[in-house]
Each structure stands twice: as structure tokens, then as C-alpha cells.
Design a binder for this molecule. Structure first.
Ligand SMILES: [Fe+2]
Length: 374
């Protein structure tokens, strides 16, 4: 796929999102009021332009939200209702549905209560009762415009994130495809690293970073001549010195990209050793970033359990024993303990990396949530 083709497609997607954020469908509005006459008035006022859902209490409205929340663009709710007031209802749904525009109908004009409601429930607007239908129509119309603007923005940001991660995955795939002996290496290293990072209870932000680092950890190898990279048999000392430049080459490749600046440091140090005898900088112990220490174990496990031109693959248990043997010298001993404790999980990933991918991948979840929003 050429760059221009990609750019044109993205631009046209973004344009259609901006021009037609609700895909030409009528917006859905939920109206809540405990008095039937008021509900019917809301329905009459709004039904020409919108699809209207009706609820006669906060509880009923919560049920509707549970089933159809993602279809709803705007809610008009009465404030004074028995059991659950309008503001309480809005407070309950604000966390899960921040993008739904909220309008409160209120019979009193106590300014303190109104200000508090606006701040707590992120109200778009309040309307004093009794209201003129034309006035409500105008407020709803501007609420719908706000909804369209904010969802367009969310969709655009998610499209850009999706593009970013798809690009990273395709770079990793291209790298893996270059060498039949290391085929699938980046993906497996990513999954082993994610399993270890999850066992370490690292937060979502670090999991995202470790996934990107895992996928790109050997990106510097694209600058290593193929005669060395794909050489069947042992490397000469000089060739090995060239291979050893790949972490720094990788760092140079990604550090100019804002979103990858942080991970450029993790991938730079994935061949450091805990005892300081690694490369490129000979960092030791805790001076090696933790994400690099994680990748180092995952990378070595995968190298040992994959065949090479000059040797066959080690069995899972033999590779685990070898990692244990290198605990405290090549690897961080605490991380080795944890890696050994999830050894069964690691073996499952080794047997079926593609099957395990959705379970571990942060990026995969991000793609799926993007589809849900669209
Ligand atoms: Fe490497």
C-alpha cells in the first residue's frame, strides 16, 4: 500500500466523519419525566426530528441506558421525580456515558442547586419549567451539535491511534517476515513480555508501552545487511559487532517520533545484562529500565525455543532451566522468579501466539473499542 493511497483514504474517512458523524441516522433522545403529560409533551415537541425513548423514572431510564446507551445522543430529564432525582440519575451515568448530552428540566430556580448540578453532572443546559416547545427545540438542537462535534473528535483521535498501532504492527510483521528462522519473533516476545508485565501488576500505560516496545525491539535490524542477518551458521566476531549495533540503530529510528520517544529508551537497552556485561552501554542492575529487563528475558526465551540454521530449538523446560541458571547474572532474579512462576502460561503462548494475542494485547482491545465507538 503506497503512502498516498493510505493518506487519501484516511482523509476521506475523516471528512465523512466530520460531515456525517451520525452516519445519516436520526439521533436518539431519551426523555425522562414522572408525569405522563410532560412526557407526552416532550415526545410531541421532539419526535419530528429525533427518535424518542421515554422513561417515567430514573430506574426505568437506567435500564434503557444499559441496553441502548451507545445509541443515545442526548437526554432530557425532569429534576423532581420520586426515588431518583434527575441530577442523581445523571451522576450515575456520567462516568460511562460522558459524551451523551444532558439537559435538566427544573421547576425551581435555586441558582446554587443549578450550579452544583451543572458542575457535578456535566449538564449541557437546564430549562426552567414550564418551557416553550420552540425554546426546548433550539436547546436540543444545539445539544445535538455539541454531541456531533465531540463524537467526531473522539472518532478522529481513535482513527489516528488505530492507524499508528496498525503501522507499528505492520513494521513488526515486515521485520518478522524477513528471516524465516525468526518468523513471528516480535509477536511472541511481545506476548511473553506482556504476560510477565501483567504478573508484575504493571499499569495499563506501561502495558501499552511494553507492547509497542516488544513489537519494535529489533527494528534496528532493518539497517543490518542481510548477508549478516540471514547468515546460516555462526557469526564472525566482526559480524557480531555489527549485529550488536541494532538496539542503538532502532533507538535512532524511533526517537524522532514523539509518541515513540519514551519507548526508544526501552528498546535501546534490551540486550543489557543484569551483571553489566551486556550492550550497548553495559548498564547493570536497576539502572537497566524495567521494561528492557522484561524484554530481555522474553527475547532470550524465544531465541532458545526457536530453531536456527545452525541448531534446533530447545524444549520449553530446558529453556526455563537455562533462564533460571542465568538468574542474577544475565537477568534480574526477581523477574526470573516471576517468569518461572508463569511458565505454564508462557508455554501456552508459545504453542499458539495468534490465539493468545487478543487476551494479552492492549492494542487489540484498542482496535475493538474503536470499532464499538464507530
Ligand atoms: Fe535484539
Amino acid at each position: 500500500m503506497g503512502k498516498n493511497y493510505l493518506d487519501e483514504n484516511i482523509i476521506s474517512d475523516l471528512e465523512s466523519l466530520l460531515l456525517n458523524p451520525n452516519n445519516g441516522k436520526k439521533h436518539t433522545i431519551l426523555a425522562i419525566d414522572d408525569e405522563e403529560n410532560n412526557l407526552l409533551l416532550l415526545q410531541r415537541t421532539l419526535r419530528n426530528k429525533y427518535t424518542i425513548l421515554l422513561a417515567s423514572s430514573g430506574e426505568e431510564a437506567l435500564e434503557i441506558i444499559n441496553q441502548r446507551g451507545k445509541d443515545i445522543s442526548l437526554i432530557v430529564s425532569d429534576q423532581k421525580m420520586p426515588f431518583m432525582e434527575g441530577t442523581e440519575f445523571f451522576r450515575k451515568i456520567s462516568g460511562n456515558y460522558p459524551h451523551i448530552v444532558k439537559i435538566l428540566l427544573t421547576g425551581h430556580s435555586n441558582i446554587d442547586i443549578l450550579v452544583e448540578s451543572i458542575n457535578e453532572c456535566h449538564l449541557f443546559q437546564y430549562v426552567l419549567k414550564p418551557f416553550e416547545p420552540e425554546q426546548l427545540c433550539l436547546i436540543v438542537e444545539s445539544g445535538i451539535k455539541k454531541y456531533e462535534l465531540s463524537t467526531s473528535k473522539i472518532n478522529i483521535l481513535q482513527d489516528l491511534s488505530e492507524l499508528f498501532y496498525k503501522t507499528i504492527k505492520s513494521i513488526a510483521n515486515a521485520l518478522d517476515a524477513k528471516d524465516k528462522y525468526t518468523h513471528g519473533h516480535s509477536l511472541r516476545v511481545t506476548l511473553y513480555s506482556l504476560a510477565l508485565a501483567k504478573a508484575l501488576n504493571l499499569n495499563d500505560e506501561l502495558l501499552e508501552e511494553i507492547e509497542t516496545t516488544g513489537l519494535l525491539h529489533d527494528i534496528g535490524k532493518i539497517a543490518i545487511p542481510e548477508r549478516i542477518l540471514l547468515k546460516p551458521g555462526k557469526l564472525t566476531e566482526e559480524e557480531y559487532e555489527i549485529i550488536k549495533t541494532h538496539p542503538e540503530l532502532g533507538t535512532k529510528l524511533v526517537c524522532g517520533i514523539d509518541k515513540l520517544k519514551l519507548i526508544s529508551n526501552w528498546l535501546k537497552h534490551h540486550h543489557e545484562r543484569y551483571d553489566g556485561k551486556g550492550y550497548p552501554e553495559g548498564l547493570a542492575g536497576e539502572d537497566i529500565p524495567i521494561l528492557s529487563r522484561i524484554i530481555a528475558i522474553a527475547d532470550t526465551y524465544d531465541a532458545m525455543t526457536s530453531s536456527r540454521a545452525y541448531r534446533s530449538a530447545l524444549l520449553h523446560q530446558d529453556a526455563i532451566d537455562e533462564i533460571k541458571r542465568c538468574s542474577g547474572t544475565q537477568f534480574d532474579s526477581e523477574l526470573v522468579k516471576l517468569f518461572v512462576s508463569i511458565s505454564d502460561e508462557i508455554e501456552l503462548i508459545k504453542q499458539d501466539p495468534h490465539g493468545c494475542y487478543p487476551k494479552y494485547s492492549y492494542l487489540d482491545k484498542l482496535m475493538n473499542s474503536t470499532e464499538a465507538v464507530h
